[in-house]
Structure formats: structure tokens, C-alpha cells
Ligand binder design. Structure first.
Ligand code: CO
Ligand code: CO
Length: 318
């Protein structure tokens, strides 16, 4: 997309640079639009559908918007898999959308050797209340609302090497909507936000620091992890995207304490339906964390802070 010409319509308030596109309709109202879909990451089709919906809606919440309705995007091998599997995927998606207060009002299905599911989502936002990733300020604290490791656990599931309890926790985590976290973030007032998906914690933090013209420090030992994620990572059970993520950050991230490979794999683990990474002024960090934990996001944690310089860099300490 970087090679395409930028749209010159002045009503495009946010383009490809952030989690969702935002289009102004009036001074009081803008549309938020985003789409996401992917191949199954868990064996159960119902949960796959529900997780795909939680994941697709997340970009609207990450920007402070409210999703209104969505369209199903479906690819399915009708000859290789029974139609009941597709019905279960869609039922999972429909239930999750209902929980979110979002109506699914259409969609499109194609034949494809590999099943895929997701949504195109439309929401609304006030043009003056957009939370971008580009306004993190020195002194801000960084709060992460969900534990990391869904990529590691999904890979272990694929290889049949995932302890059952770990799979259950990972599925529960991915099923959690970022809706409450986003509502609380708007109540408290924050500087910047991004949801954590394919580029991992450090990759999405890179976008935040680069766009904000600041640096960041991450305290690795405070970063919440799913049970068994670190020990699976130590056995190199990691998704294909992790090493590409690490490589793309070679000039950005400084591992100040020579962290283990397992820790690096976790901090760069591609997430599905990951949490929000919120940059919040220091004086409001404790309040935000308290409210998130009181709302049931018990693993939410302050994982780092924003520094003035060296701009664009991320330092990882223990
Ligand atoms: Co996003
Ligand atoms: Co997205």
C-alpha cells in the first residue's frame, strides 16, 4: 500500500497508516472502516469463528470508535469439509458479534482449498476523539491489556504439542473483546493506542514510537504471558512470522540485558485478537490499570514507558 498514491479527499482523516480508515461525514461524525480475515488458528470451528470476529472488530476499538455493523468474509472448501463446519464458524462469529452489539448484515463466500473467515466492519467515531498511534508522549506509561503468546500456542496446537490447559487459556484470551478496554481508555483519556496483532508487541510499538517521534522502554519481566508460552518458545515452537518480525526490528530494538531467545520470541510473537497497547500519561496510569483489572482484564499490566529519545528506538530491559 505504501507504493500507492495517497487519497487526496480531505474527508479521509486516517488512511492506511493506522489500525482503521476514518472518513469524515460531518464535523460531528466520521465512519471507521476495517477488515481482517485469516485461516483457522484453533481446531474448533465455533471458536475459530468467534475469535475471527473479536479480532476483526478490534481495530475499530483501538482507534476509539464504536463498531456498528459488519459483513462476513468467507472462504470454504465445500468438497473437502462438511457444510456443518462452515455453519459452526458462522455461528461462532454471529454469537461474538451479538456480544459486541454489532449486527452482521451480509457478506460474501468463495470456494477455496483453505477455510478463511473474518469481517469487514463499519463503525462511527467523533472526528475530534480519534485515538491514533501517533501521539505517545515522553513520560507516558505503556499498558498492555492481554497476555502475549497466542501465536506460540496456536503453533503448538498445530504440532499437537500444546498442553490442554494452555490451549484453553489462549482461546479464552483471544475470545475477550477489546470493547471494555477501549471504553475505559476513553473514560480515562490516553495519548495513543494500537491493538497487538501480526507484528507482535515490539512491532506495533515500533509503529507507535516512529509515528510519535519518541522512544520506548519495555520491561520484559512485566510483560504478561500465557501459561506455557515461554517454555514452548524455549523449545523453538514458534510461528513462521516471529523471526521475520525480529529481523525487521534489527535496527530498532536494543536488548539491553541480552535477553533469552524465548523472551525475544514472546515479545515478537504475532498475536491474533491481541490486547490493546495504550500510551497513557503517567499520572493516569494507575487509574487506567485499576479500572482495566476491575473490569476483568486481570492480566493488564504496565509494561514500559515512553522516552524522549533516541527517537524511533525501543530498549528492552529485564
Ligand atoms: Co490493528
Ligand atoms: Co487489522
Amino acid at each position: 500500500m505504501k507504493k500507492l498514491p495517497l487519497p487526496d479527499d480531505p474527508n479521509v482523516l486516517v488512511g492506511t497508516e493506522d489500525d482503521a480508515g476514518i472518513y469524515r461525514l460531518s464535523d460531528e461524525l466520521a465512519l471507521v472502516a476495517t477488515t481482517d480475515f485469516f485461516t483457522p488458528i484453533v481446531d474448533d470451528p465455533y471458536y475459530f469463528g468467534a475469535i475471527a470476529v473479536a479480532n476483526a472488530l478490534s481495530d475499530v476499538w483501538a482507534m476509539g470508535g464504536r463498531p456498528l455493523f459488519a459483513l462476513n468474509l468467507v472462504a470454504f472448501p465445500e468438497k473437502e469439509l462438511p457444510l456443518e463446519v462452515l455453519q459452526e464458524i458462522l455461528r461462532g462469529g454471529s454469537d461474538k458479534a451479538r456480544e459486541a452489539g454489532v449486527s452482521i448484515i451480509g457478506g460474501h463466500t468463495i470456494k477455496d482449498p483453505e477455510p478463511k473467515y473474518g469481517l469487514a466492519v463499519v463503525g462511527v467515531i467523533h472526528p475530534d476523539k480519534i485515538v491514533t498511534s501517533g501521539r505517545a508522549r515522553p513520560g507516558d506509561r505503556l499498558i498492555l491489556t492481554k497476555p502475549l503468546g497466542t501465536g506460540i500456542i496456536s503453533t503448538a496446537i498445530k504440532f499437537g504439542r500444546c498442553p490442554e490447559a494452555a490451549e484453553r487459556r489462549a482461546v479464552e484470551t483471544m475470545l475477550v473483546l477489546n470493547k471494555r478496554a477501549a471504553e475505559i481508555m476513553l473514560e480515562v483519556g490516553v495519548s495513543a493506542c494500537k491493538d497487538i496483532t501480526g507484528f507482535g508487541l515490539l512491532g506495533h510499538l515500533r509503529e507507535m514510537v516512529a509515528r510519535s517521534g519518541v522512544a520506548a522502554k519495555i520491561y520484559a519481566s512485566r510483560v504478561p504471558a500465557l501459561p506455557h508460552a515461554l517454555e514452548l518458545a524455549a523449545k523453538k515452537i514458534i510461528p513462521g512470522g516471529t523471526k521475520a518480525n525480529i529481523k525487521s526490528l534489527a535496527e530498532t530494538v536494543i536488548y539491553a540485558n541480552g535477553q533469552s531467545d524465548a523472551v525475544k520470541f514472546l515479545l515478537n510473537d504475532p498475536q491474533t485478537s491481541g490486547g490493546l497497547l495504550i500510551s497513557v500519561p503517567a499520572e493516569r496510569a494507575a487509574l487506567l490499570l485499576d479500572k482495566l483489572q476491575a473490569a476483568g482484564l486481570e492480566e493488564a499490566q504496565i509494561v514500559g514507558e515512553i522516552l524522549p529519545e533516541p527517537a524511533g528506538k525501543i530498549v528492552v530491559e529485564d
